[in-house]
Design a protein around this ligand. Sequence first.
Ligand SMILES: Nc1nc2c([nH]c(=O)n2[C@H]2C[C@H](O)[C@@H](COP(=O)(O)OP(=O)(O)OP(=O)(O)O)O2)c(=O)[nH]1
Length: 133
Amino acid sequence: MVVAGAVFDEGRLLAARRSAPPELAGRWELPGGKLEPGETAPQALVRELREELGVETEPGERIPGEWPLAPGYVLQVWTARLLSGEPSPLQDHDELRWLARHELDSVDWLDQDRPAVAEAARRFPGEHPGNRS
Ligand SMILES: Nc1nc2c([nH]c(=O)n2[C@H]2C[C@H](O)[C@@H](COP(=O)(O)OP(=O)(O)OP(=O)(O)O)O2)c(=O)[nH]1
């Protein structure tokens, strides 16, 4: 399983551009990675965000849904709140961008991330559940 974070801060969502492997490089994703043996998804997410971005985060809720990746892998997404640090592209990424809700379409998301990002978009802080469309 691969767990990715919908990291929100100041009403924006963090997007990360992959630098590898070649077939995914240049495309944007929610940062995260594969679970290691014995880890829960939230534990893996906290570890991956620390390794890849150099930040401490607190996992929030799981975003409903599960999206197929390479054979044998599925993507799950959890919201995460930034506790400390400024994200930098330390590993796996070469650019980061904070996107407001109306900017979500401005980057070239990995195909398999599009439905996950659409679900994440419904959870922007300050959005009222009654306003979901
Ligand atoms: N992290 C992440 N990976 C994604 C997303 N969408 C997607 O197809 N993937 C794919 C890319 C990779 O093949 C795989 C995740 O592997 P990774 O390279 O990020 O994870 P990792 O740090 O644990 O990798 P590894 O070097 O240990 O293999 O899932 C996404 O939104 N976030």
